[in-house]
Design a protein around this ligand. Structure first.
Ligand code: 3HC
Length: 293
């Protein structure tokens, strides 16, 4: 039974990307945001991204309109009741995610699978809060969602084989490459990537090299598409801090501990690209490294 009706809860950076790729794959997509202002911001993100795809001649203007026609927007959680799959991409807060899934648990039919795009919380903590733990799975996408090929498909000890297979096949239908992961905080990618990003910040604190030189070193020395500080600013320093806090709480290992500099940047609102400043200043044509020492 393939998944055709998709619900996406939360239309920020990740939710808008997920809604876009699902609609581009021909799915009937319904996006839920908390208020009209967030709906409009989410719609704008999707339109901008599709506009970029038209400009780059990946899709035609007609295809863009068809894709947009497959996405409906709502502020009502009830409007997700008929979905085959609901993917949550709301804030990285277990209480918020569980409140949403508990409401959906009452509303949705037995066939509905619940998926979380969490970066670092465990799927088990969400599955345990609803009456359908066998139909709860992780579908972890990467930023920018339309570009990055990977989806981590995460099963808990309670996820049924059928749920896992349907979620795995769904990721493939979106044109992604799914990999299976066990339910541990950080799955595969963040388990390896987060300590790397945090280490870069720790080495910056120690004065090993400058921000642009450390970025240049990893791009030219390892062929990474972005250096660690450009990546931190791209992911969002607030997001990385939140992920690090959750992973440190889970493992109690130093490698996941958020470095003081990351906390100071977030306290000052230096989230990275989205706020205009992070390790770099994005107000001009080219990013300019900032003195954060
Ligand atoms: N939306 C849609 N398409 C985008 C895009 C966006 N936001 N940004 C770039 N693209 C597309 C471009 O259209 C272009 O497509 P084309 O070559 O087919 O025409 C292609 O991506 C390359 O873009 P650019 O030439 O403009 O720029 P780059 O070559 O620098 O690529 C990048 C941009 C794809 C973002 C690349 O730098 C990259 O792969 N960076 C690393 C990203 C990464 O590591 N993501 C994972 C973050 S961790 C995460 O998400 C997990 C979470 O839990 C924290």
């Amino acid at each position: 039974m393939s998944i055709e009706k998709v619900g996406v809860a939360g239309c920020g950076l990740m939710g808008s990307g997920i809604a876009e790729v699902a609609a581009r794959a021909g799915k009937d997509v319904r996006v839920r945001e908390i208020d009209e202002a967030q709906v409009e911001a989410g719609r704008g993100r999707i339109e901008k991204s599709l506009g970029r795809a038209v400009k780059r001649e990946k899709i035609t203007a007609e295809e863009r309109d068809e894709v947009l026609g497959r996405i409906s927007f709502t502020t009502e959680v009830e409007a997700l009741a008929d979905r085959d799959l609901v993917i949550e991409a709301v804030v990285e807060d277990l209480a918020v995610k569980n409140e949403l899934f508990q409401a959906l648990d009452e509303l949705c039919g037995d066939q509905t699978i619940f998926a979380s795009n969490t970066s670092s919380l465990t799927i088990t903590d969400m599955a345990a809060a609803v009456n359908r733990p066998d139909r709860v799975v992780g579908l972890h996408f990467f930023n920018p969602v339309p570009v990055m090929k990977l989806v981590e498909v995460v099963r808990t000890i309670a996820t049924s084989e059928e749920t896992f297979e349907r979620a795995f096949d769904f990721a493939g239908e979106l044109g992604k490459e799914p990999v299976a992961a066990k339910d541990n905080s950080g799955f595969v990618v963040n388990l390896l990537l987060v300590p790397y990003m945090l280490d870069a910040i720790r080495h910056l604190e120690r004065g090993v090299a400058s921000i642009p030189d450390m970025d240049k070193a990893m791009v030219l020395g390892c062929g990474y598409p972005m250096g660690p500080f450009t990546l931190c600013d791209f992911v969002g320093n607030d997001t990385t801090l939140k992920i690090a806090e959750i992973m440190f709480d889970e493992y109690r290992e130093e490698r996941y501990a958020p470095p003081p500099l990351l906390k100071r940047l977030v306290a000052m609102g230096r989230y990275g690209r989205k706020s205009g400043k992070g390790f770099y200043d994005y107000s001009g044509d080219e990013p300019v490294p900032l003195d954060v020492g």
